[in-house]
Design a protein around this ligand. Structure first.
Ligand code: NI
Length: 226
């Protein structure tokens, strides 16, 4: 499932993040790339230990914890601390698949990357190019979202970022391990949850809604690993 989640961060939070990122000490993006992706990667990134990355990462994680659409779609078990990148001056990231396992820096915690996320921090009219191109089951999708919006997609997907030919593209990107590793099963649960929530908004709790909610939880019980 490829899902666009609007307004993960407010415009004020986006402005705050951008003001911090403008002063940040950027490093070569290859610090976190694997062998194949290092050859394709040409961007700037904040080091994982950067205090700005840690502070802004916490803001992103706090916002996500309160976001119902995200929680329902991702069913997160472990989230890798958000990273931040910058594309400008023709920089790009060629086609690649993200590493399957990531160790959280300074800890023994390993995260299996089931889902990849990009949270856009620059408005689309602030730069040219910089589309995130994701090879989805239904073909190639080009994603460029408003600042504060996020896209979530299966980490098994091939993806790339087209060259940023004008302006600057700031974003946060990260991964998570879901309680439900299968994208197919996660998508079924998400569709069911959204339908139940929509029904609830239309009619008072009925025995059918209670039963459907039970089916949702019983499927989650069968499929979730914690
Ligand atoms: Ni990637």
């Amino acid at each position: 499932m490829l899902l666009k989640i609007p307004n993960v961060l407010s415009k004020e939070q986006v402005e705050y993040a951008k003001s911090k990122l403008l002063d940040a000490d950027w490093a070569d993006g290859n610090i976190t790339a694997g062998y194949q992706s290092a050859k394709a990667k040409n961007n700037l990134q904040l080091p994982e230990s950067s205090p700005i990355a840690i502070e802004l990462g916490d803001i992103v994680l706090t916002a996500l914890a309160q976001n119902n659409m995200f929680m329902s779609a991702a069913l997160p078990l472990k989230i890798f601390p958000p990273l931040f990148n910058c594309y400008q001056g023709g920089r790009s990231f060629g086609v690649h698949v993200d590493n399957a396992i990531r160790q959280v820096p300074g800890t023994p915690v390993k995260v299996r990357t089931d889902i990849s996320m990009t949270l856009f921090l620059s408005e689309p009219d602030e730069y040219e190019g910089g589309e995130l191109v994701i090879e989805d089951t239904y073909g190639s999708q080009s994603v460029k979202l408003a600042a504060g919006d996020m896209v979530l997609y299966p980490a098994t997907s091939l993806h790339s970022v087209t060259p940023v030919t004008k302006g600057r593209r700031l974003a946060s990107f990260f991964w998570l391990q879901s309680m439900v590793s299968s994208d197919e099963k996660r998508t079924l649960l998400f569709d069911m949850d959204m339908a139940i929530q929509s029904l609830r908004a239309q009619v008072d709790d009925s025995p059918e809604i209670v039963q459907l909610t039970g089916v949702y939880h019983n499927l989650l019980r069968q499929w979730a690993q914690t």
